[in-house]
Design a protein around this ligand. Structure first.
Ligand SMILES: Cc1ncc(COP(=O)(O)O)c(C=O)c1O
Length: 390
């Protein structure tokens, strides 16, 4: 395998880390589609035994994942939600967990419909407000979980300041870094203990894989997650792991383009009369614009604002009629792929959140979430112009 050192740049590492060359000389990590591994004796303790526990393709991927977040340990999962579930399974009855109130709807559903009777106490709080975070910590609080930027309102939590509150109170901090990707934000370096990704999004990048990841530095947390990952059967298939290893090689290039296209589209949207609200951390009117500038950085220090824009259409526009005029922009859930997707969080990703809670959060029926792809930005803007203004 090619050797990297502390001076090797991120985009080079995405291509080379985990890309092991075996005895065949294949230049790309081979795909091992096997559920089990031959053992030399009945009492042997080989590295690979059974594919639910691990295998060479997953191993290569986890080596690459750890590098992405500058972590000591990383874990691949079959979905972002499997990774999220593994975080919550680390805690026991009587423990208390705080979560950003504006999280992905699936996390809300996991907590309120699946884990609600398991004895761990969960509270949803406004993690954009440090005073609220500080005062919500209780004696039995064991974890603060933040999503930043959050889905779909793009609220930001100040990772380094929350990490200080966590350290003072001996509480773990986990960060869902799905929206920025490791190219745009490094939560462990800002003081977080656990990073979570729905790698279905930017890391997979082509809307063709479902998967997730956790990255940590602490050995004790790593041991707990290893046990959960193996026992709960949460690993992705070797084929998906192999596709992820391919995808990650172009992460820097893709994300750079997603982000620069999004800046142009957000600035265009903000000048449209029939668009009543544009939420994008890169706009000066975003309430946490300063926090974005502080913590959202590429590996070479450039400030970045992400590839997702939420915007509200004027009530005079029927969103279904609007969507029928779109061509390249596809009406679909998910985000972070090369192809631009648009969704309505109210009726799609956040359908499981009660109407009143959605209204309180500001998730209205006319709010749309645009996952900006890497098409030519002029094509995307002319399509939006046609759908909004004609
Ligand atoms: C921020 C965020 N976290 C977690 C998830 C869940 O990931 P997955 O769909 O891969 O299970 C999603 C899915 O949209 C998400 O947007």
């Amino acid at each position: 395998m090619s050797k990297t050192n502390k001076n090797t740049k991120f985009s080079t590492k995405t291509i080379h880390v985990g890309n092991k060359i075996d005895e065949t000389g294949a230049a790309v990590t081979p795909l091992h589609l096997t559920s089990t591994f031959r053992q030399p004796s009945f009492s042997s303790t080989e590295k690979f035994v059974y594919s639910r526990t691990g295998g060479p393709t997953i191993d290569a991927l986890e080596e690459n994942f750890a590098m992405l977040e500058d972590a000591k340990y990383s874990f691949a999962f079959a979905s972002g939600m499997a990774a999220m579930s593994a975080i919550f399974l680390m805690f026991k009855p009587g423990d208390h967990v705080l979560i950003s109130k504006n999280v992905y709807g699936g996390v809300f559903r996991l907590v309120t419909k699946v884990l609600n009777d398991n004895g761990v106490e969960f509270d949803f709080i406004d993690t954009t407000d440090l005073k609220v975070v500080k005062k919500s910590v209780k004696k039995n609080t064991k974890l603060i979980h933040v999503e930043t930027p959050s889905n779909p309102l793009l609220e930001l939590a100040d990772i380094s300041s929350i990490s200080k509150i966590c350290k003072t109170n001996k509480v773990l901090l986990s960060v869902d870094n799905t929206f920025m990707s490791p190219y745009g934000q490094k939560p462990l370096n800002l003081g977080a203990d656990i990073v979570m990704h729905s790698t279905t999004k930017y890391i997979g990048g082509h809307s063709d894989i479902l998967s997730g990841a956790l990255m940590v530095n602490d050995k004790k947390s790593a041991e707990k997650i290893t046990l959960i990952q193996n026992t709960a059967g949460a690993l992705p298939s070797p084929f998906d792991a192999w596709l992820l290893l391919r995808s990650v090689k172009t992460l820097s290039l893709r994300v750079e383009k997603h982000f620069s296209n999004a800046v142009k589209i957000a600035n265009w949207l903000k000048n449209q009369k029939k668009v009543s609200r544009v939420i994008y951390p890169g706009l000066k009117n975003h309430p946490q614009h300063k926090i974005a500038k502080k913590q959202q950085r590429t590996p070479n220090g450039k400030i970045v604002f992400g590839g997702i824009i939420s915007f509200e259409l004027d009530k005079s526009i029927n969103i279904n009629k609007f969507s029928k005029k779109l061509n390249f922009i596809t009406l679909a859930e998910s985000l972070g792929g090369v192809k631009t997707l648009i969704s309505c969080p109210y009726s799609m990703t956040h359908a499981s959140v009660p109407k009143k809670d959605k209204e309180d959060l500001g998730i209205t029926e006319n709010l749309l979430r645009l996952s900006v792809g890497i098409e030519n930005v002029d094509d995307l803007i002319s399509e939006l112009d046609l759908a909004i203004n004609h």
